[in-house]
Design a binder for this molecule. Structure first.
Ligand code: AMP
Length: 259
């Protein structure tokens, strides 16, 4: 990639953990016209999984993934078995933005993400990298990492893609039984109801959403400032509602703009 960069090619990059779906593909389609050479990585990053999480069972489909990348006009598919050869001593950690939401429920998760994304940026040296708003906190954290470290990467966010029934696309949806998938639809129903509510009070909108969720456990349902990710008390300017909930052992996340 360094050689391509040196000859003036603009490098685009979409990092993923594979088991690619239309959400990932939308990021490739967004990146494609913004670069000369498009790189997709597939790496199930062990650093971002906590103990007891689904690292060992994370779904994989290398052949289907390769076909999806070809169909989207990807030039290089990077599928490293290991990024560090077992020798890794540097952690990249973004403070504050990682305190709440998924950061509070998955200790160390975002350090694992930023450490590996920084490593991938160093290896691939992209001019532009595209991340999905599906992982809204992750996008905010990576934007901040880029800003603080001045890595020279244009970080672009792509919209969250849903199935026609409203479920946010996720590789982890493969874990859901038909019945649990139905319950999973309650996440977007709750968020859309919260977005349509005229209530100014955050507490009122959260109570509305909690009444709709059909989860075994709700990790969080919050309304936050879209940039600082700090909780709000009133919806009197742009805001974001985010949810993480467990359904039959699967952890689902979703979010929506409240404008
Ligand atoms: P993952 O493979 O889950 O690590 O996701 C790789 C990238 O795809 C991340 O930037 C995600 O935010 C993005 N992504 C995953 N699901 C969706 C979706 N439903 N819509 C848009 N982007 C997504």
């Amino acid at each position: 990639m360094r050689q391509r960069r040196a000859t003036g090619e603009r490098i685009g990059f979409v990092p993923t953990m594979g088991f690619l779906h239309a959400g990932h593909r939308s990021l490739m389609a967004l990146a494609r016209p913004q670069c000369d050479h498009l790189v997709v990585s597939i790496y199930v990053n062990p650093l971002q999984f906590g103990p007891g999480e689904d690292l060992d069972t994370y779904p994989r489909d290398p052949e289907g993934d390769a076909a999806a990348c070809i169909a989207e006009g990807v030039d290089t598919l990077f599928m490293p078995a290991d990024l560090y050869d077992g020798d890794h001593r540097t952690t990249v950690s973004v403070s504050e933005l990682t305190d709440g939401l998924c950061g509070a429920r998955r200790p160390g998760h975002f350090d694992g993400v930023t450490t590996v994304v920084a490593r991938l940026f160093g290896l691939i040296q992209p001019h532009v990298a595209v991340f999905g708003e599906k992982d809204y906190q992750q996008l905010a954290v990576i934007r901040r990492m880029e800003r603080d470290l001045q890595l020279g990467v244009d970080v672009v966010g792509g919209p969250l893609i849903r199935d026609p029934d409203g479920l946010a696309l996720s590789s982890r949806n493969a874990y859901l039984s038909p019945e649990n998938r139905q319950r999973g639809l309650s996440l977007h129903r709750a968020l859309f109801a919260m977005a349509e509510s005229p209530a100014r009070s955050v507490a009122e909108r959260i109570a509305l959403g909690m009444g709709i969720l059909e989860a075994d456990a709700v990790d969080y349902l919050e309304i936050v400032d879209p940039e600082s990710l700090k909780p709000l008390e009133h919806v009197d300017r742009s805001a974001r509602a985010l949810v993480a909930a467990r359904i039959g052992g699967t952890r689902l996340i979703d979010n929506i703009a409240l404008d």
